[in-house]
Ligand binder design. Structure first.
Ligand code: WTA
Length: 690
């Protein structure tokens, strides 16, 4: 690509701290070719940007912090409220010492998410605008729905659910691949005030059952099968096994609605259970395309999304309606410099938070045209993404660093063979993006003209927390830059003392933001202890973060026992508990190791039951056990036989040492004097390649 990046000169002049926000004012007129740190947006981009300077951001940011009520209620007023919220725009307590943790936004306000995504836009004249472009796994298979058509489909599903006794506050589990029916079903639940819980269709039957047992859905909505790449995956068998499993654990599912996807599996080849299973196509089309919305309170739950934490059981992150709506819409608009003419594509799956906030809700609240892609990004070859970009004239492309790295490895030819001239903004999410991947994404994919929004956020945060605003300030490859409006980040030391200026510590947030999660489903105490106890009066993210001399934020990865594999968040404890469920496995300790493409790989130290010899056969069995209990994406990359594990005298596994052994940094084991048996280490090092 042509490297026409202009760079900042004389940073000391350019930077002046504004202490209450720890952001820096970068004077964009001081540019030079020789400062490698910065990448500046072009003049043309800046001229059309929603936020055109850091000054403009700072003014808005300042107001968002000093007057959150005014700032957010102005934005909220752009949405439809059947009834306005009460006296307080927000109410919060983030200090566990003062009592229950509480976050509320727009309480008393009566609204509906589906109405705001669909009806409001249709009334504003967007009825004939394409809401969803759908691209199938097989090139050539595609479809689209306008906002009006989408509302019709949503209403039919909503009416079906109502007819089957689903009421406001009931839960519905959705286990579907990336068909249009997935966002349709999410919006249908929202329309009637039902709480959806989407389970990523790569999760195993056991993982699905665990979620069914936890949230007790009235209905499970799935699809019989899906094709991903050249593989066909039978989802119906997984759903059946999960429903059986749940029944044995005392939770029975009344209705299992199944979408027939004949490209992947025909009806007659699908296992069927009369009285429980219903084909989508047999019932949905007969329902009315009119469904009045169920008005809900801003603080009524919109969805539960399970995510991994540092202890075994997945956490049901609860998001409510009003704040989440305002926040996802606003972050989408600014972080991607959204314009009504954009064609937006996010490669995530609706089974993860990214698909909730930035495929379904955020974009549709803005009346955007969203591309939904069913398949894998490198099928039939590594050029598929750019083929799709050219086909739909995609303008905003949002993906994960793992995909960038894997495409980078396949070579530039797959990219440069396509025009990609429609692209104007790129995005990255899921893990820190390494500077070399950033550069490749910027130079090769974006032809050195598209700003990259490296968005740092979490399932818990609902929307972007730290992100560039394209065109507003110079970027540094690998830095998520500055906090979004209303987000007061704090980097603290291990005692919880906030660090100033250039620093490295634990990333916290000092006050609530509208998109914040409100609780963990059925376990408010776990919510408080996990997120608000580690550092008093702060929300603790679980991530490490550095701030450089210019005030830019650099995420350094998880500091707890959560690992990030290809942007999938996996708790080491979950993998460990799957491994030890195997009768021949006595103990397991899982750590993340650096992985060239996936970001992190899963490295499992396994101690076998006395007398059991290790073998290739057993290695395969153990990996299979993890696939069955969690899903293929959580399969360990490496099993390291461990006759015993490094432990303290009190029996606590010393993971720090395991991480060093796993990453072959055996010279840097650090202090091993606390080990109960120091000979364990050499034994492990010797077995590294067995
Ligand atoms: C990591 C995904 C660095 C981080 C939206 C966080 C990131 C976890 C970034 C949340 C980023 C996400 N830079 N790290 N831009 N985005 N992360 O809940 O460790 O699946 O805590 O949400 O992903 O993962 P989750």
């Amino acid at each position: 690509g042509n490297r026409n990046n202009r760079k900042i000169r004389n940073r000391s002049n350019a930077a002046s701290h504004i202490s209450h926000i720890n952001a820096v004012k970068v004077d964009q007129s001081l540019v030079s070719e020789d400062d490698e740190d910065f990448v500046l947006p072009s003049k043309e981009f800046v001229a059309q940007a929603n936020i055109q300077s850091q000054q403009q951001y700072l003014e808005m940011y300042k107001r968002s912090i000093e007057d959150p009520s005014g700032f957010w209620s102005d934005i909220a007023s752009e949405f439809y409220w059947k009834q306005k919220w009460g006296d307080k725009v927000y109410d919060e307590n983030l200090d566990i010492r003062k009592g229950k943790i509480k976050i509320e936004w727009f309480k008393g306000g009566i609204t509906n998410m589906s109405y705001n995504c669909l009806d409001r836009n249709i009334e504003a004249g967007l009825g004939d605008k394409v809401a969803i472009y759908w691209e199938g796994n097989e090139p050539g298979l595609d479809g689209s729905l306008t906002y009006s058509q989408l509302r019709d489909k949503v209403c039919q599903v909503a009416n079906y659910l109502k007819d089957n006794g689903v009421k406001k506050g009931d839960t519905v589990i959705i286990y579907m691949p990336m068909l249009m029916e997935l966002p349709i079903t999410m919006l249908a639940c929202a329309r009637i005030g039902a709480i959806h819980s989407v389970v990523f269709a790569g999760f195993s039957a056991e993982a699905l059952a665990q979620r069914i047992v936890d949230c007790k859905p009235k209905v499970v909505i799935s699809c019989n099968a899906v094709k991903r790449g050249s593989k066909s995956i039978n989802l119906k068998n997984i759903v059946d096994a999960a429903i059986n499993d749940s029944a044995q654990n005392g939770v029975s599912v009344g209705v299992s609605l199944v979408y027939e996807n004949p490209v992947a599996l025909k009806r007659e080849d699908t296992k069927w259970k009369e009285g429980q299973d219903i084909w989508w196509q047999d019932v949905i089309p007969s329902y009315s395309t009119n469904c009045p919305v169920e008005w809900v309170d801003a603080e009524d739950p919109l969805f539960i999304l399970y995510t991994s934490g540092s202890t075994g059981k997945p956490k049901g992150v609860v998001h409510t309606t009003g704040g989440y709506m305002v926040y996802t819409a606003t972050t989408f608009k600014y972080a991607f410099d959204y314009k009504p003419s954009d064609i937006y594509w996010c490669t995530a799956d609706c089974g993860w938070i990214t698909g909730h906030s930035y495929i379904t809700y955020g974009p549709m609240l803005n009346g955007a045209s969203v591309l939904v892609y069913e398949g894998t990004p490198n099928y039939p070859d590594a050029g598929r993404c750019w083929d799709i970009v050219d086909k739909y004239k995609v303008t905003i492309f949002y993906t994960a660093p793992t995909l960038v790295r894997s495409l980078m490895r396949d070579g530039d030819e797959y990219v440069t063979r396509y025009s990609r001239k429609s692209l104007r903004v790129l995005g990255s999410v899921g893990e820190p993006i390494n500077p070399s991947a950033w550069r490749w994404f910027y130079d090769v994919v974006g032809d050195s003209k598209c700003p990259i929004s490296d968005t740092w956020w979490q399932t818990e945060s609902g929307g972007f927390m730290i992100t560039p605003l394209p065109g507003s300030w110079p970027q540094k490859p690998g830095s998520a830059t500055f906090p979004f409006f209303g987000v007061q980040t704090a980097i603290v030391d291990e005692k919880g003392v906030e660090l100033e200026g250039e620093c490295n510590g634990y990333l916290c947030v000092k006050s609530s933001w509208p998109g914040a999660f409100r609780t963990l489903y059925g376990d408010h105490e776990r919510y408080e202890t996990t997120y608000f106890k580690p550092f008093a009066n702060y929300y603790f993210s679980g991530d490490g973060c550095k701030r450089d001399k210019d005030g830019y934020h650099w995420l350094t990865g998880r500091v707890d026992d959560v690992i990030n594999v290809s942007g999938h968040r996996i708790g080491t404890a979950e993998v460990e508990s799957a491994l030890v469920s195997h009768p021949k496995c006595a103990e397991a300790a899982v750590v993340g190791v650096e992985h060239e493409v996936k970001g992190q790989g899963i490295y499992a130290f396994v101690t076998l039951v006395d007398g059991v010899p290790y073998s290739q056969e057993l290695r395969k069995e153990l990996i299979l056990t993890v696939r069955q209990q969690i899903g293929a994406f959580a399969a360990p990359d490496k099993i390291h036989w461990a006759p015993s594990l490094p432990k303290t005298r009190s029996g606590k596994i010393i993971r720090r040492v395991l991480r060093k052994i796993a990453s072959k940094q055996v010279d840097e084991l650090g202090d091993t004097s606390t080990l109960a048996d120091p000979t364990v280490i050499n034994q492990l090092i010797e077995l590294a390649d067995s």
